[in-house]
Ligand binder design. Structure first.
Ligand code: NAD
Length: 549
């Protein structure tokens, strides 16, 4: 519920538009508001200083301020007050950039209707309120802004746009588990978020990490929706997580934590409901415990409740390496498109866990020279090439890359800026930013990690002509083979590795070529093109299913 009346500040220099908007606002009985209108930015800023405005309706082109500077000055004066942009039809691009820079929405003045205006205001206020809570995370904001950018390019139906901005179902739990000495009970927070329930069961990994929060899990769930739709898999997106550092736990503690977390979310998961999988900090063993806990509860073995489990429990051949393998299939297709000879190319891989290590291995198999690699402990550089086998042997012995002898130790920042043909990101979010996007020296940026590139950095990469394999395409190999695992599980079938890899390649390359064509046809970057592919499919399904009741 909104606090009424809503206090609106309208900053608009055109008297006709000012009057029109005021009339429209008073015409909607659902929205009780007090509107104060000013013509100049300076008057608007003075008004904001009184600290009692709920929302700003802002024209970007004013007598005393122009374009994005207008928005930036408003945001600086009142960072917590949401802004909706008022734009004319020939300035929509500018309005879209304003949304990328933090405005909540934009409205075109020439075809403004009372319902659209009032809905945008109501929705903006509820989004602003959600941001005040745990939703507010840089990753969730990034996922929303990426989606809004795609929505603007594709002129997405307003109702659908607002429906897809937040997940449909969220479970937040806090739960205890015993530490090994039994005198200590640790309480942790866990999450399971299902973004879209219209496409079939939901699907998405479970992350154990000390920084996990609701916003991060929600962002990852949203990306899963677009990824599954881009791959044409019959799933909506989901994600789960527990805010805990798994490296600080013994194996027995990890098992107790996993079993209790499973029990907490058991009502919303299941082979026909929501199917978890591994992500950062979780692995095959964690999936085995999850499957066992679920099966104990229902009284019989249910392998299809999770994917990414060990093969002996019904896991799929090829699942463990699928994300790295898929990324390298796509790197090969991109190299062909760019005219890059991979047998003479060099690569740098950030992250050396599941995705990074398999990416490095398959790149090496394709003849690519690996000149840099990193993990949480260090970056490594060797212009003559690093042996993936030697790196794997070192990590098997020491757990991390630090101390590897045949390379120069560098920082993760330096690693990103190394001269190379392919830069593969397989660690964390938020790695390529406005600060370093100008200094990247690769031709191809391949995203194995989720959310590694910030929105503003995307524009810089696009202008610089760096070809990007965006995360929802680049790392989709994992969920695609998870889909195969689920299909094999519910039908009690087993496919050969050759069959799995061939099917994986077909699905990934189909998505790659559709994305490439859309990017070329519409002169847009690969990420926006991939998002539009995914969002269009979800939109079509949502419109066909309709609204209940
Ligand atoms: P993982 O836990 O197996 O490996 C993560 C790696 O990143 C480790 O080598 C770790 O040392 C490194 N790392 C952590 N912090 C770092 C830092 N600050 N700088 C450099 N390296 C750092 O995780 P994973 O499963 O390989 O996942 C990696 C990324 O790929 C995540 O963003 C995940 O969401 C994404 N992803 C994974 C899969 C999958 O199938 N596992 C599928 C799709 C996407």
């Amino acid at each position: 519920m909104l606090d009424l009346p809503v206090r609106l500040l309208l900053i608009e220099d055109n008297p006709l538009h000012r009057r029109l908007i005021q009339q429209l606002l008073t015409a909607d009985p659902q929205l009780q508001c007090e509107v104060e209108a000013v013509e100049r930015l300076a008057d608007g800023l003075a008004r904001l200083a009184r600290n009692d405005v709920d929302l700003v309706l802002l024209d970007l082109v004013l007598p005393d301020s122009q374009e994005l500077e207008t928005l930036l000055r408003v945001r600086l004066a009142a960072p917590q007050v949401p802004v909706v942009i008022l734009t004319s039809l020939d300035d929509v691009k500018l309005a879209a950039r304003a949304v990328e820079s933090g405005a909540y929405d934009y409205l075109v003045k020439s075809n403004l209707k009372s319902t659209a205006l009032s809905r945008s205001i109501r929705y903006t206020l509820s989004r602003a309120r959600a941001r005040g809570g745990e939703w507010d995370s840089p990753m969730f904001r990034l996922a929303q802004q990426q989606f809004l950018k795609a929505a603007q390019y594709m002129d997405l139906d307003d109702n659908i746009r607002q429906r897809l901005l937040f997940p449909q179902r969220t479970q937040v739990v806090s739960f205890p588990f015993f530490r090994d000495d039994r005198s200590q009970v640790e309480t942790v927070f866990g999450y399971r978020v299902q973004h879209v329930l219209s496409m079939g069961p939901t699907k998405g990994g479970i992350r154990y990490h000390q920084d996990v929060d609701l916003g991060e899990v929600a962002a990852l769930a949203m990306w899963m929706t677009w990824k599954c739709a881009l791959m044409k898999l019959p799933f909506g997106g989901a994600k789960g997580g527990v805010r805990v550092d798994p490296t600080s736990l013994s194996k027995r503690e990890l098992q107790r934590l996993t079993r209790r977390y499973t029990a907490e979310i058991i009502d919303i998961i299941g082979p026909d409901r929501d199917i978890p999988a591994p992500d950062m900090g979780t692995d095959e063993q964690v999936m085995a415990w999850l499957m066992d806990t679920y099966s104990q509860q229902v009284g019989h073995a249910v392998p299809a409740v999770v994917t990414g489990k060990p093969v002996v429990l019904g896991g799929s051949l090829g699942r463990k390496e699928a994300t790295g393998r898929g990324l390298v299939y796509l790197i090969k297709a991109s190299a062909e498109h760019l005219g890059l000879d991979l047998s003479r190319a060099s690569a740098v891989v950030q992250g050396f866990g599941n995705v990074g290590s398999y990416t490095a291995r398959f790149l090496a198999e394709a003849g690519v020279k690996l000149v840099g690699v990193s993990d949480v402990s260090t970056g490594l550089f060797n212009p003559n090439g690093l042996s993936v086998d030697a790196l794997l042997a070192h990590v098997a012995e020491h757990r991390v890359l630090a101390g590897f002898p045949d390379a120069e130790a560098i920082s993760n920042q330096e690693l990103l800026e190394l001269d190379c043909d392919v830069l593969a990101l397989a660690a964390l979010q938020n790695q390529v930013t406005v600060e370093n996007a100008d200094r990247l020296k690769c031709r191809l940026l391949a995203e194995g990690a989720n959310g590694p590139t910030m929105l503003e950095a995307d524009d810089i990469l696009f202008e610089r002509g760096i070809f990007v394999l965006p995360d929802i395409l680049g790392n989709a190999g994992g969920v695609t083979v998870s889909y195969f695992e689920w299909v094999q599980g519910i039908q009690n079938l087993t496919w050969t590795l050759e069959e799995i890899n061939a099917r994986l390649q077909t699905i990934l390359l189909d998505a790659f070529h559709r994305t490439l064509k859309r990017a070329g046809d519409n002169h847009i970057d690969m990420r926006t093109a991939a998002l539009i592919e995914g969002v269009s499919r979800v939109t079509e399904a949502k419109l066909l299913r309709g609204v209940f009741p």
